[in-house]
Design a protein around this ligand. Structure first.
Ligand code: SF4
Ligand code: SF4
Length: 292
């Protein structure tokens, strides 16, 4: 059976807000009987785009996370809705625009903040996945069609195919989904740019009184004897180990180039750590402090 899901690539989102505006264009001032009443012009973000900044100068990573209603299987909003919220066989969760009138408490039932209150209508509202368009033969909701980078895509297939895709492409649910009832039908690629951190630096050496970047230095990230990852510095002498847990773990860096070797300790990693310029001529040193 064909069921829908959002697949969102955080690595491709440019924060252009085309998706947000397409949603407004489709729903503001438009009544779609049986699906949704008009969305107010201001206040609602049926497709909410969050921002996260990691690191510090000169290595800063800014990522954007589009968050629609995730059309959860076994959704808590359905359990709280008393018949006013339901999931169709194709996976789309809809708030009935008639039965849900006055049910402001539904906003608290969504653990992801995806339901918004329409004061004028006295109605809780959210993303409908443009079900009225899909039912009319459109291939995708307006937000997906408006996304210029391919960050937003719509999956349509059976649940076995979806789970294969999730496994093969290492797609993830939002971390908070682990502790919630229900299972979102919204999967993310490159979620580490929101939920995990990095260690970065730039390797240089002094030649004739001038600092030169060191290309192709071998950099090994360890935890004790275990090699976590390794890479070579790029043409600017830069390296970056991403997708590390923010769990307070200690790491060691081993840098080898031009017959020299340097050891550094990175302690208690709870956020991205930018080590700045590391001179190969320095003796081993310990770096601590807080990341972000
Ligand atoms: Fe309901 Fe929130 Fe899940 Fe959407 S994201 S189906 S509103 S619980
Ligand atoms: Fe991101 Fe695509 Fe939305 Fe632009 S349209 S903000 S790239 S998801």
């Amino acid at each position: 059976m064909k069921r829908y899901a959002f697949i969102i690539d955080i690595g491709l989102c440019e924060n252009c807000h085309n998706c947000f505006l397409a949603c407004k264009d489709e729903h503001c001032g438009n009544d779609w009987p049986g699906y949704s009443r008009p969305q107010p012009l201001h206040g609602h973000r049926w497709l909410d785009i969050r921002q996260k900044e990691r690191g510090s100068f000169p290595t800063i990573d800014v990522a954007y996370l589009p968050r629609p209603c995730m059309h959860c299987d076994g959704a808590p909003c359905i359990a709280a809705g008393g018949g006013a919220v339901s999931q169709r066989s194709d996976g789309i969760v809809l708030i009935d625009p008639v039965k849900a009138r006055g049910r402001r408490a539904l906003l608290d039932a969504c653990p992801y903040g995806a339901i918004w209150w329409n004061e004028e209508e006295g109605l809780p509202q959210k993303c409908t996945l443009c079900a009225h368009l899909l039912d009319d033969g459109w291939p995708a909701p307006r937000c997906v069609q408006a996304c210029p980078t391919g960050a937003l895509t719509l999956f349509a297939g059976d649940d076995r195919q979806l789970q294969e895709k999730v496994k093969n492409e290492r797609l993830e649910l939002l971390p908070e989904a682990k502790n919630q009832r229900g299972r979102p039908r919204c999967y993310y690629r490159n979620l580490h740019r929101f939920s995990r951190c990095f260690i970065a630096g730039s390797i240089a050496e002094r030649l004739g009184g001038i600092e030169e970047c060191v290309v192709a230095a071998r950099v090994i990230l360890r935890q004790g004897e275990k090699i976590v990852a390794e890479q070579c510095s790029d043409q600017f002498g830069d390296f970056k180990f991403d997708d590390l847990a923010e769990d307070g773990a200690d790491y060691q860096l081993e840098i080898t180039a031009a017959g020299k070797q340097l050891h550094l300790a990175v302690l208690a990693l709870t956020g991205s750590r930018v080590l700045g310029t590391i001179l190969l001529d320095e003796s081993g040193l310990t770096l601590a402090g807080h990341g972000r």
